[in-house]
Ligand binder design. Structure first.
Ligand SMILES: O=C(O)CCC(=O)C(=O)O
Ligand SMILES: [Fe+2]
Length: 397
């Protein structure tokens, strides 16, 4: 194949990619979103931002400059009740947070589309590095109103800044520095979480092992029909811990006791989202955060999520230090790579992948003289133990 032919083909591929970019659709100035972005009624945001005042509630904020005991208490409470909290006075240079938002925004807003497409990720493979628009591979579900750039940052063997945008000139340096700062903060937070649940300081980090870190910059263009769409569908993150910064445009929502709470952007703070493997390791005492992003008609929104995950080969199970006769294991162990495959093939659908690991505990009890066998099946859900008792006659009570 001659050079001319191959470059024509490339351009065709680029054009095919370009039609799927949400930013392209938004910039075309349409009044209605294409049907593939319309969520079914039960998934639509319950409170479109244009019509409702912000709810007074916000996730807890933990000040990391306080005494260690009070940090542990606050983090423990936030991890049990929310699975999400802000950290303030976290020690990450504020200028670096600003620069990370700024280089991310510059890629989406200043880089011309043909240049952006040079970094297009492989849309047929899950979590591939680069510029993308679709989280799940060919699953036929409703599309998110979002474009993103995913960077593979840790371990260092996965980090190749040549695959990241070269403009602005500080882009690659900022992402590399940001990656290192987030790793240190994630490790510090897992230490506080271990201590706050009564485990040895390094217990959760040891259970996770070496961090596999990805940094995803998400860009949500203004959407003409925010009441029908989601920037990012409801999910919990699959790894151990996610650290997220956002600009001053609201959009992140976390599920709390059945209500979607909009996380009010807090200047200089970092949002901590517990992810599924931490829920498994803590045997469900700490909960992963179910969250989503909503869109708005006025302003583009940017967020930067830094995911810290186990290696694909790592087996994750409830920590043995948290298991006893009165506190039986609630989850089956899982090889992390299998968890990821199932997440990408079945889709997140809230927390379905985590629920699939719940243990169904069967107790056989003999009730003395009549020697009748009772089968008690006890299943733990995020809302507590759910009891079903079945007698030998097979009636469910
Ligand atoms: O943009 C946000 O606020 C949420 C991003 C997120 O949840 C994710 O990338 O997993
Ligand atoms: Fe997420």
């Amino acid at each position: 194949m001659g050079l001319g032919e191959s470059s024509i083909r490339k351009e065709t591929e680029q054009n095919m990619e370009a039609v799927t970019r949400v930013q392209r659709i938004a910039e075309a100035g349409i009044g209605q979103v294409p049907p593939e972005y319309i969520q079914p009624p039960d998934q639509r945001p319950n409170k479109p931002m244009s019509e409702s005042p912000s709810p007074p509630n916000n996730i807890p904020a933990v000040d990391l400059s306080k005494e260690s005991e009070s940090i542990q208490d606050e983090i423990g409470r936030a991890c049990r009740e929310w699975g999400a909290f802000h950290v303030i006075n976290h020690g990450v240079p504020l200028e670096l947070l600003r620069q990370m938002r700024s280089v991310g925004r510059s890629f989406f807003e200043e880089c011309p589309m043909p240049d952006k497409l040079k970094y297009a990720c492989d849309s047929s493979s899950a979590a591939s590095e680069g510029y993308g628009s679709k989280m799940l591979v060919n699953d036929g579900s409703v599309l998110d109103w979002r474009d993103y750039f995913d960077h593979h940052t840790l371990p260092l063997s996965r980090r190749n800044p040549n695959r990241w945008p070269e403009s602005p000139p500080n882009y690659r340096r900022v992402v590399a520095e940001y990656s290192d700062e987030m790793e240190a903060l994630a490790e510090k937070l897992l230490k506080y979480m271990s201590e706050s649940i009564g485990l040895a300081s390094s217990c959760i980090k040891d259970a996770v092992g070496e961090f596999y870190q990805n940094i995803t910059v998400s860009f949500y263009p203004p959407c003409p029909q925010p009441e029908l769409t989601l920037g990012l569908q409801s999910h919990s993150d699959m790894g151990a811990i996610t650290l997220l910064i956002q600009d001053d445009v609201e959009g992140l929502q976390v599920l709390k006791d059945g209500d979607w709470i909009t996380v009010q952007p807090l200047a200089d703070a970092i949002v901590v989202l517990l992810a599924d493997q931490t829920q498994i390791i803590t045997n469900g005492e700490y909960i992963s955060s179910q969250h989503q992003a909503i869109t708005n008609a006025r302003k583009a929104r940017l967020s930067v999520a830094t995911f810290h995950d186990p290696a694909k080969t790592k087996k994750i199970s409830p920590s043995s230090a948290l298991i006893s006769e009165s506190s039986p294991p609630r989850y089956r162990g899982v090889v992390y790579g299998d968890y990821v495959s199932s997440w990408y093939t079945k889709g997140p659908d809230g927390k379905r992948n985590l629920d699939a690991l719940l243990i169904d505990k069967m107790e056989y009890l003999c009730d003395g003289v009549a020697a009748r066998i009772e089968v008690r099946s006890t299943k733990w859900t995020t809302n507590g133990w759910k009891k079903r008792c079945t007698t030998s006659g097979g009636d469910e009570r």
